[in-house]
Design a binder for this molecule. Structure first.
Ligand code: UD1
Ligand code: UDP
Length: 373
């Protein structure tokens, strides 16, 4: 872990609220760029994710500073988890009195932090604002809409996200198109992304596919899980598949038939560098993750997303991503394996250039200096 930047006097510190796996690669470049700009900052970990492989390994791999507090909220129903987040965050934000709270993505920790700050009168900045699947059945979509309605500074990763914010009445001066900080993390990790050692350790052949599955819509019901698993097994007949399995839905997927075999490796979640190394060397990725759709676009690895929609359509228009259903997955895999990665526009998404953290830090530093609070 790197040194924490010195904490400034109360009222001048930027406080980052992090809690779940996808928060960490989004935050690391912002924290680094703010440190370079001399801004005092602190991290609060909510403890939404707590297994070492869902949290600690990312602090080490991404060089994130040690949190000043871990609220250890743990798992629960949405109401129980969000209630624990609200009470824990209210206390710590009241105590630390930050000038600005920065939140990331669309997880329950993000929602709770913005809600608490709105009631305490503490300004907030949302990194990855404006993404919309237009599917309110996804818990993340509910979180996105509420967070963007309440945040004071909104950082969008793509032009479509900026348009959604405008359509929802967000004042243009609050919203900034900055590119994708998750891609900054990927750029920083690139020299370390070597598939060979991970492939050797896991005993995989040279040609393999990676699958990640954790969306409630895919793994929470046994019927849906069965359809999905049967499709993944058909992919495994074409190419050996390795599944670094998220803790959510583990038992349900096993019950649905996702069990190890010669052509299917089921493993623990991987650390950031190991996972992206594996993705870099893969012939195909099958996923329902948000972030992985973006990372495969940048690494130019074919990606089949098993979802009816995506809040990241730019990974389809400017990347290697395709939406599939369990019914269409096996044929889509066959096609993708035959064709390799196809990037339709031939251009990667605008501003996904490794400089997003610096852009965000620039806006925040100006905002702090202007005394906009
Ligand atoms: C959360 C996010 C989701 C994100 C995902 C990334 C919300 C609403 N959802 O979903 O948007 O894509 O994180 O990974 O915030 N568990 C463990 N160990 C852990 C963490 C969780 O075993 O360290 C298990 C628990 O059984 C828990 C379940 O995973 O009940 C779900 O965890 P939770 O944080 O509630 O939601 P995720 O499905 O991880
Ligand atoms: N990831 C990882 N190890 C894994 C699976 C994913 O390091 O075993 C990383 C992935 O590279 C990306 C992030 O976790 O940076 C995405 O998180 P996740 O899929 O849990 O959440 P989502 O993006 O769907 O919200």
């Amino acid at each position: 872990m790197t040194d924490t930047h010195p904490t400034g006097p109360a009222g001048q510190t930027v406080l980052h609220v992090l809690g779940a796996r996808p928060n960490f690669p989004k935050a690391a470049p912002v924290v680094r760029a703010l440190a370079e700009a001399g801004v005092a900052q602190e991290i609060v970990h909510t403890g939404q994710h707590y297994d070492a492989l869902m949290s600690d390994v990312f602090f080490a791999d991404l060089g994130l500073p040690e949190p000043v507090a871990n609220l250890a909220v743990g798992s629960g129903t949405h109401a129980r988890q969000t209630a624990a987040l609200l009470t824990g965050l209210e206390e710590v934000i009241t105590e630390r009195r930050p000038a600005l709270v920065v939140v990331y993505g669309d997880v329950n920790s993000t929602l709770a932090a913005v809600l608490v700050c709105a009631k305490l009168g503490v300004p907030t900045a949302h990194v990855e604002a404006g993404l919309r699947s237009f599917d309110r059945g996804m818990p993340e979509e509910v979180n996105r809409v509420v967070v963007d309605a309440l945040a004071d500074l909104l950082f969008a990763t793509s032009p479509d996200a900026l348009s959604h914010l405008a359509n929802e009445g967000v004042a243009p001066e609050k919203a900034h198109l900055v590119g994708n900080p998750m891609i900054d993390s990927l750029f920083s990790a690139l020299p370390k992304l070597d598939p060979a050692p991970v492939v050797a350790r896991l005993g995989l052949p040279e040609r393999y596919a990676v699958a990640t599955l954790h969306r409630p819509g895919n793994v929470d019901s046994l019927d849906t899980a069965r359809e999905l698993v049967s499709a993944v097994l058909k992919v495994a007949e074409q190419v050996p598949v390795v599944v670094p399995l998220h803790p959510r839905g583990r038992e349900r997927l096993a019950e649905a038939g996702l069990v190890p075999s010669e052509r299917l490796s089921i493993i623990e979640p991987l650390g950031y560098v190991d996972f992206l190394s594996l993705v870099r060397g893969a012939a195909l990725v099958v996923t329902d993750s948000g972030g992985v759709q973006e990372e495969t676009t940048m690494l130019e690895v074919p990606c089949l997303t098993v979802r009816p929609n995506t809040e990241r359509p730019i990974t389809i228009s400017h990347g290697t991503n395709r939406l599939v259903t369990p019914a269409t997955l096996p044929a889509a895999a066959e096609k993708a394996l035959a064709e390799g990665a196809r990037t339709p526009s031939g251009e990667l998404p605008p501003l996904w250039d490794g400089r997003s953290g610096a852009r965000i830090a620039g806006v925040i530093a100006r905002w702090l200096a202007d005394g906009s609070r």
